[in-house]
Design a protein around this ligand. Structure first.
Ligand SMILES: Nc1ncnc2c1ncn2[C@@H]1O[C@H](COP(=O)(O)OP(=O)(O)O)[C@@H](O)[C@H]1O
Ligand SMILES: [Mg+2]
Length: 249
């Protein structure tokens, strides 16, 4: 199953969710590939690795999978990293008028030959060809949404992109859910945004991930929440998200 993590806003917890979900699935016995489609290349940083041109090499240089997929210190967790050349890859895809299915067709053989249970795609906040290809490549889309300010428009814009992909390009996937992040029940904005999300996207709403300083520390230390502090509430919340995804099949 390919899952994209997307929201057309930055700083809402996409990369944090992608990395912790990937490691959480691995800890439950799954083989996972995490691909970083954001030119900022932050999946590398959170995993304690150096950004590299993995996505560019896969999509444009057409290097074979064994040269773009990296193992990590965690067994069964593999990555295709990104860096600023990911932005160049997008330009090339546009110039070449590559079909919307291009990225999916690059990922399918990797999934088949290496036996991944899940491929997670972290995406960039900017709208564009690469984001659309990553969304189209996905069976499910997970939409993190920060609740520390009224931020539902980012969710709307992803949902409308998905509707467009469905109607114009027969995207066969589904929304996995909307994940409220930076949740803090004592602040008024957080509660208001949560209620707003629940009234607009009730059927998709997942249990929230609270604001947690330790998640910021994870990025600094190059560790996942399960490595830095697995008893922390944030670890339990991400583990619960893993359960939900495993139960969804
Ligand atoms: N629930 C949270 N509580 C506190 N800080 C968080 C939380 N989720 C993410 N962060 C921090 O917020 C910043 C932005 O998160 P990130 O995952 O990079 O967002 P995005 O990928 O959407 O831009 C990072 O410094 C990250 O460590
Ligand atoms: Mg990010």
């Amino acid at each position: 199953m390919i899952i994209a993590i997307a929201n057309q806003k930055g700083g809402v917890g996409k990369t944090t969710t992608a990395v912790n979900l990937a490691h959480g699935l691995v800890l439950r016995g799954k083989k996972v590939l995490l691909a970083d489609f954001d030119p900022q290349g932050q999946c590398a940083t959170i995993l304690g690795l150096k950004p590299e041109s993995g996505v560019f090499n896969l999509l444009v240089a057409e290097l074979p999978p064994r040269e773009v997929v990296r193992s990590t210190d965690r067994s069964n967790l593999y990555v295709i990293l990104g860096d600023k050349r990911t932005a160049t890859a997008q330009t090339v895809l546009i110039v070449q008028r590559s079909p919307i299915s291009f990225t999916r067709h690059k990922l399918d053989p990797i999934a088949a030959s290496d036996g991944y249970d899940y491929i997670l795609l972290d995406t960039s906040p900017s709208v564009g060809e690469l984001q659309e290809q990553a969304l189209w490549a996905s069976d499910r889309v997970l939409i993190p949404c920060a609740t520390d300010y009224l931020a539902t428009d980012g969710v709307f814009s992803i949902v409308s992109t998905l509707k467009k992909l469905e109607s114009e390009s027969t995207w066969p996937g589904k929304v996995l859910g909307v994940l409220p992040t930076f949740y803090d029940e004592v602040t008024r904005e957080s509660k208001a945004t949560f209620n707003d999300l629940s009234s607009r996207f009730g059927e998709w709403l997942l249990p929230p991930v609270h604001r947690a300083t330790v998640l910021r520390e994870c990025a600094v230390e190059g560790k996942t929440i399960f490595e830095l502090d697995r008893h922390n509430r944030a670890a339990r919340e991400y583990a619960h998200l893993v359960d939900i995804i495993l139960a969804a099949g």
